[in-house]
Design a protein around this ligand. Sequence first.
Ligand code: TYD
Length: 206
Amino acid sequence: MFITLEGPEGSGKTTAVDYAVKALEEKGYQIVRTREPGGTPISEQIRNVILDKNNTKMDPRTEALLYAASRRQHLVEKVWPAIKEGKIVICDRYLDSSLAYQGGARGLGVDNILNVNLFATENTFPDLTLLFDIKPEEGLKRIAANANREVNRLDLEKIEFHNKVRETFLDLAKRYPDRFVIIDASKSREEVAKATLEAILSRLCK
Ligand code: TYD
């Protein structure tokens, strides 16, 4: 089982999934929790290049290819082996982030980015994608309130960029209704956490 978490910055996905993972482990499920870009030493090195605030000259296609490269390495080293061992992999961000950020918001085209990613992932789609949906203004407000979180190069984009990210995520949920579940991330922490656990459990019981 391969589960991915998507949504804008400050949507609270990490907190919600911490709760769900704890509950699932108590039920005896073996979970591998990971994130993109990153999750393996090579992928983390690529992540540092992508998110470095000093890399203001990065070309959008370079950015898209670096995300895809990081994704590929992470699949090979971490995701595929864990799935083979029968574990549940829960990954913070995956290919839908590339479709929304690079394809939609950067304007490279969702289908162009999909093609690059089909090559990189050998057509590996998640079984379940949880979309933590919240208005960008609210998400960004939460980030600003969280002193522990470092601001990255993509956080610094204008609000129109983040609106386009959200719009593309919602389009993707319509395009792939079988794997997408939308979680209303504007609700309280407890409600979001409960909805997350319920969505995962109902997919596991299918
Ligand atoms: P991160 O600090 O992990 O953000 P978050 O906590 O919001 O998940 O930074 C990842 C950033 O990279 C985030 O702004 C989204 C962006 N991103 C893309 O633009 N394309 C991608 O394919 C992925 C995986 C992430």
